[in-house]
Design a protein around this ligand. Structure first.
Ligand SMILES: Cc1cc2nc3c(=O)[nH]c(=O)nc-3n(C[C@H](O)[C@H](O)[C@H](O)COP(=O)(O)OP(=O)(O)OC[C@H]3O[C@@H](n4cnc5c(N)ncnc54)[C@H](O)[C@@H]3O)c2cc1C
Length: 414
């Protein structure tokens, strides 16, 4: 295989795994970010490697849920009215792809990546010496009502039949025994048994970045906005001077939109923002818990219990409006005894989403040597290694782990 020079722009989970998979294949890689690796979206998530997420989150179809969302009443979703007009084309596409017949196909294609996620993380965790960050017992959806638990159990049975996803149901007593920190009795839980979770998502990205350096890769600070095409390929300015390579990968997460617009691409990209806060000293849950009927996660982390919120539809750079955080905190205190939060203001991040629910992985349609790798939405932390493997295989021209067609950038046109 010919050794290639490759610039990877963006050192979140997606860019860092891209650089790492390429370096492990013997390529000369420079990973560029304006910050340390893993300090943005890949830092603040719930840290679950969700191999059970074989279907992406669809746009809700239940009228009661839609009404609650429209009235901005729940903790699960929120939106900025002023952001909606610009979001309409992408949300319309999101809505259409969340319904039959499109959704079944999209879910199948999505599951090709997520179902392989733990398998793809495992060797990197091993090589990176990051086993101390990882729990391998899955995570739990907890339910306040029996009807909702029964409903989820039926979905889980279908996913087990169709996609081999494993789970077990805990009744009220079993949940109380498994999670002694719970303050009140709940109807029960559904434990997905195959996923892994980490105690510090940013630290896992940093360990992957350290491994990259041990494999001969370079990490530099710089601004991806300085990327330009040259005769031989691509050049970007870094604090260590100009960096040139035949290939460049855009892995800028929620900022990818700005970078590709500058190159003339108009893709249906948008963000679902999310907040978190930590509570140190609290007796935390044993495993991450999703309150499935209220829409927030409580995850045991190195910094304390991390409470994360659902989706906020807003402009990427709009001021923080942590109303969901306030609601989620009140609801979470019904489940756990939480002290005062560590952070004065909640952390804010943005899930990079596409209108057709699938990530963008492959060659830029109109620029030689340019590759797109973004749009992993709710499961980018999960998909990093497998998605990066698929991109590396395309760059190398070797047999791909799964058919790359559903994720190609060209599906949105040139
Ligand atoms: C609250 C919340 C909970 C979540 N929970 C989970 C979960 O449990 N499991 C899961 O799989 N996923 C989860 N996600 C989603 C996951 O975090 C994202 O899909 C993933 O982190 C996206 O990774 P990324 O590398 O694409 O983006 P990022 O991690 O945002 O990386 C992009 C990088 O680009 C850099 N950058 C941007 N612009 C420039 C520039 N001009 N110059 C240089 N560098 C630049 C940034 O500094 C950043 O490092 C969650 C997300 C949120 C918000």
């Amino acid at each position: 295989m010919t050794k290639k020079d490759i610039l990877v722009l963006g050192a979140g989970m997606i860019g860092t795994c891209t650089a790492l998979q390429l370096a492990l294949r013997g390529h000369a890689v420079v990973l560029l970010d304006r910050r340390e690796p893993g300090r943005e979206t890949s830092y603040g998530n719930a840290g679950i490697i969700q191999c059970e997420a074989v279907e992406p989150y669809p746009f809700p179809q239940d009228p009661a849920v839609l009404l609650r969302m429209a009235l901005r009443r729940g903790a699960d979703a929120h939106y900025h009215l002023g952001a909606l007009p610009a979001l309409v084309p992408a949300l319309w596409r999101y809505w259409r792809h969340s319904r039959a017949p499109l959704y079944e196909r999209v879910a199948h294609e999505y599951g090709q990546l997520t179902s392989r996620s733990v398998l793809a993380h495992a060797p990197l965790i091993e090589l990176a010496g990051a086993q101390d960050l990882v729990r391998r017992e899955g995570y739990r959806y907890v339910f306040r009502t029996q009807a909702a638990l029964d409903d989820q159990a039926r979905t889980a049975e279908r996913l087990q039949r169709d996609a081999g996803v494993n789970f077990r149901v805990l009744d009220s007593d079993a949940l109380a025994a498994a999670e002694p920190a719970l303050r009140r009795r709940l109807a029960g839980a559904l434990q997905w048994t195959d996923p892994w979770s980490v105690s510090d998502p940013g630290a896992l990205v940093q360990r992957y970045a350290d491994l990259l350096v041990r494999q001969g890769g370079r990490i530099v600070r710089g601004d991806a906005a300085t990327l330009r095409q040259t005769g031989a390929g691509w050049q970007v300015r870094s604090e260590e001077g100009p960096m040139e390579a035949a290939h460049a990968v855009i892995a800028l997460g929620p900022w990818s939109d700005q970078a590709i617009r500058g190159l003339g691409y108009r893709y249906p990209l948008f963000v679902k923002r999310g907040y978190h806060r930590h509570y140190r000293g609290a007796q935390g849950p044993d495993l991450p818990l999703l309150d499935a009927e209220r829409g927030f996660v409580l995850a045991p982390m190195a910094l304390g219990v991390r409470l994360t919120t659902g989706a906020e539809f807003a402009r990427l750079d709009a001021p923080a409006t942590p109303v969901q955080m306030g609601r989620a905190e009140a609801l979470a205190r019904e489940l756990l005894d939480l002290p005062e939060p560590v952070e004065a203001e909640p952390w804010l991040g943005a899930r990079p989403c596409t209108g057709d629910l699938k990530p963008v992985i492959g060659p830029a349609p109109r620029h030689k040597g340019l590759w797109f790798h973004f749009g992993h939405a709710h499961q980018g932390f999960t998909m990093g290694p497998i998605s990066a493997q698929l991109l590396a295989e395309q760059i190398d021209g070797t047999a791909p782990v799964v058919d790359p067609t559903p994720y190609l950038p060209a599906r949105f046109g040139a």
